[in-house]
Design a protein around this ligand. Structure first.
Ligand code: SF4
Length: 395
């Protein structure tokens, strides 16, 4: 468990650092993640789940949850993953498989984290998650639950309810649906306010902070999430007094960032005197839940997510652009992702029509050897030269 202990230690250092710097929402977020991981490392049972499984469902029960993409993301961002490619080859894992799941399997297989009590996966956002869940279930002899997302909201709601009924026969019920709905809705109201403030005041927060906490989506229904976002909202209000509109290009970033390059946004902003003002990953779509329609509303929220369809993505970009007036879009495509990169040709065509410069960069967000940083800057040089009307920038 050496790697996870190192991760806990770094989370602790980072939480203290952010607290000292006044970014209390970041320190609270890291503390929250650290405590959950510590419980698991101390032997507490947990469920491993893919990203879009609604967290409110888990918050009804007394069980920790590891979201596979979040844990591997944290581990990659702290540069604690080693030899994923070697692990992949050694274990005959598919070369075309997404590195999030391969990295998670390396953590389980090498006993850096205990094995989960169950694995849950949706077939949204991608098939890699559930294919891996099924593989890991056989490998580690743990139950696997598959939830099918097939554009039938009612059927998805029934599946979510069935899953919840199975889980509650095994785990203690901790909260009522009424309580979780109340917490989730209060949190969503704060998030909605944050989004409105960010759209009206582009660049009011450092976009890197949004990348740091976007996985709070996996903590909706938790009172701590409300506190963290409320703190961020208050910080934004404080920042309004000294806010100035960005003087350079306003950039929308689509997709993840290469997680091991945690200065990439800052470097980009310094190099091109631009501001990354918004990112689609931190868009929770601000859907509210009801007690009577709890499972239906969770199903609808999954379907409302910005990545659910090309149309959802286009609508979201249009919404951001309406108030921000975006000067350029950077789309980061994850290597081996069969889902988001396939939308790029149409996104590019639509952005051409809207006269918004668009560029796609590719790499692996987990495996650093599959991201060419020099190539990235070369592409960015050309992209920003185009944005600034052919004017060559002084780097
Ligand atoms: S990056 Fe793509 S393939 Fe990987 S988990 Fe996300 S949606 Fe699935």
């Amino acid at each position: 468990m050496k790697q996870m202990k190192a991760l806990v230690h770094r989370m602790d250092l980072s939480a203290r650092l952010h607290k000292g710097l006044g970014s209390t929402y970041l320190s609270q977020y890291l503390e929250m993640q650290k405590k959950s991981l510590e419980k698991i490392l101390a032997g507490g049972s947990y469920i491993a789940s893919t990203f879009y499984m609604p967290s409110e469902l888990f918050k009804l029960l007394d069980i920790e949850v590891i979201y596979i993409e979040r844990l591997t993301g944290f581990t990659a961002a702290n540069q604690l993953l080693t030899n994923i490619q070697f692990y992949r080859s050694l274990n005959n894992l598919p070369e075309c498989g997404c590195s999030y799941q391969i990295a998670f399997d390396s953590l389980l297989s090498n006993k850096h984290i205990p094995w989960p009590s169950e694995i849950i996966a949706l077939n949204y956002a991608c098939d890699d998650g559930w294919i891996y869940g099924s593989y890991a279930s056989a490998k580690y002899s743990v139950p696997f639950h598959f939830v099918e997302v097939n554009r039938d909201t009612q059927a998805l709601a029934v599946d979510l309810k069935d899953l919840y009924n199975k889980l509650r026969s095994k785990y203690i019920e901790k909260n009522s649906i009424e309580k979780i709905v109340e917490i989730s809705n209060s949190t969503m109201a704060v998030k909605e306010e944050i989004d409105a403030l960010r759209l009206e005041n582009p660049g009011i927060i450092n976009s890197m902070d949004a990348f740091r906490i976007f996985t709070l989506y996996n903590d909706l229904g938790d009172l701590q999430t409300f506190d963290i976002l409320n703190d961020l909202k208050n910080k934004i209000h404080e920042g309004l007094q000294s806010y100035q509109k960005p003087s350079g290009a306003k950039i929308l970033w689509l997709g993840v960032i290469p997680l091991y390059h945690n200065r990439i946004i800052t470097d980009l902003e310094e190099r091109y005197v631009c501001r990354v003002v918004y990112e689609d990953l931190f868009d929770f779509t601000n859907r509210y839940l009801s007690v009577d329609g709890f499972f239906n509303d969770l199903a609808s929220r999954i379907e409302s997510s910005v990545f659910f369809s090309l149309q959802n993505r286009l609508d979201a970009i249009q919404r951001y652009n309406k108030t921000i007036e975006i000067d350029g879009i950077i789309h980061f495509s994850q290597r081996n992702c069969k889902f988001l990169p396939s939308m790029v040709p149409i996104l590019r065509r639509e952005m051409e029509k809207a006269n918004i410069p668009f560029v796609e960069v590719s790499g692996d967000v987990i495996e650093s050897q599959y991201f060419n940083i020099e190539g990235f800057w070369n592409v960015m040089d050309v992209f920003f030269e185009g944005i600034y009307g052919g004017r060559k920038l002084v780097y």
